[in-house]
Design a binder for this molecule. Structure first.
Ligand SMILES: Nc1ncnc2c1ncn2[C@@H]1O[C@H](COP(=O)(O)OP(=O)(O)OP(=O)(O)O)[C@@H](O)[C@H]1O
Ligand SMILES: [Mg+2]
Length: 341
């Protein structure tokens, strides 16, 4: 894993326009439970309950949260694959929420996505060369075959694949190599943002570091912005400039990575950090461990006030009656009535 943890970006500079500006983004799904009367309207499951953040060009924003906290739904909403309300304003001022699929196509080369299961996200009947070239043919059809082939080969080289592997099929590659193919496919249309939804969760730990280092190098060399989703903080430590902590569809904390890891403000972040292994046993012994009690409540009946209060060791009466708003400095925001510091 890379040891260079120096953030290249701090809190968004108010003088610069963000690449993506998300405000009050919400996603609900109509769901039925067994035993519901068929003529009754379905209940609403709120997967994303009003998210705000800005993403700057070239920045890496980590998004972390337990399974079911709404990370993938948020990512899918940004590219028009989940039914959202609110705004997700792209650098040109256009709100991506609610765009027709035809209009969204224009932005799909700027915003690419990489998924968790590398092999399942590659078409088994296409060769590596065809897979990597496919987005180019969708977004820039009419390019000469030789141009396409040389761009595919350049990218294969860039992500650490050999040129003579161009005619092989996905099942002939390891998980880590498949993820490299997915990264090359995302890069071929020269995106400004890549959303990586748990890109290394399915890989062996030794391979995880290689793929994270590759993403980090590409981010730096190409000036890409990344949204890097994971469910534990350890994985994203060295790649994120800022980290957004999500719980039951809401932002709990949004801070520069260094500050979030060394001085978390939200009890939920503190609990997530307790689960991060520390290699040095002496430091590990000094670590303040805050175990997370119980399970994530149902998103169909989220707790009143602060959604984390039912599992929070610091919760008081106010937490049940009033939803805490995001507050603090632009470099370190938290949504907690009784922050840790
Ligand atoms: N199409 C859908 N219809 C109904 N509910 C959905 C749908 N997609 C997601 N959900 C629900 O929305 C909530 C958030 O799911 P989501 O997959 O976004 O979480 P996640 O944070 O990505 O979890 P994981 O870490 O397991 O990937 C969950 O309760 C999930 O069951
Ligand atoms: Mg997910």
């Amino acid at each position: 894993m890379t040891t260079d943890a120096t953030p290249q970006h701090g809190a968004p500079d108010p003088a610069l326009a963000p690449l993506l500006s998300v405000r009050d983004l919400r996603v609900s799904f109509p769901v039925r439970r067994s035993g519901d009367l068929p003529w009754r309207a379905p209940m609403q499951l709120q997967a994303v309950g009003g998210i705000d953040f800005d993403l700057m060009a070239g920045e890496t924003l980590g998004i972390v949260g337990e399974s079911g906290s709404g990370k993938s739904t948020l990512a899918r909403a940004l590219i028009g694959l989940a039914p959202a309300s609110g705004t997700a304003r792209w650098a040109d001022g256009v709100n991506l929420v609610g765009l027709s699929p035809r209009k969204m196509m224009r932005y799909r080369s700027d915003i690419q996505m990489i998924f968790q299961d590398p092999l399942a996200s590659l078409n088994p009947r296409m060769t590596v060369g065809q897979i990597i070239a496919e987005p180019l043919q969708t977004h820039h059809h009419g390019l000469a075959r030789d141009t396409v082939k040389s761009r595919v080969k350049d990218l294969m080289d860039r992500v650490g694949l050999l040129p003579n592997q161009i005619n092989r099929y996905p099942h002939e590659f390891s998980g880590g190599q498949c993820q490299r193919i997915g990264i090359a496919r995302a890069l071929i249309v020269q995106p400004k943002l890549i959303i990586c939804d748990e890109p290394v969760s399915a890989l062996d730990v030794s391979i995880q570091a290689q793929v994270i280092n590759l993403l980090s190098d590409l981010q730096r060399d190409l000036g890409l912005a990344l949204i890097f989703i994971a469910h534990d903080l350890a994985v994203m430590k060295h790649i994120s400039d800022r980290v957004l902590v999500m719980y039951l569809g809401r932002v709990m904390e949004l801070a520069e990575a260094e500050a979030l890891y060394t001085a978390p403000a939200h009890p939920y972040t503190q609990a997530l950090l307790s689960a991060v292994p520390v290699p040095d046993p002496q430091i590990a012994r000094q670590k303040h461990v805050v175990p997370l009690r119980g399970d994530l409540p149902s998103p169909m009946a989220p707790p009143s006030g602060c959604v984390f209060r039912t599992r929070c060791p610091r919760a008081q009466a106010l937490c049940a009656s009033e939803r805490p708003l995001l507050r603090g400095s632009p470099a370190h925001l938290h949504a907690c009535h009784f922050p840790v510091r």
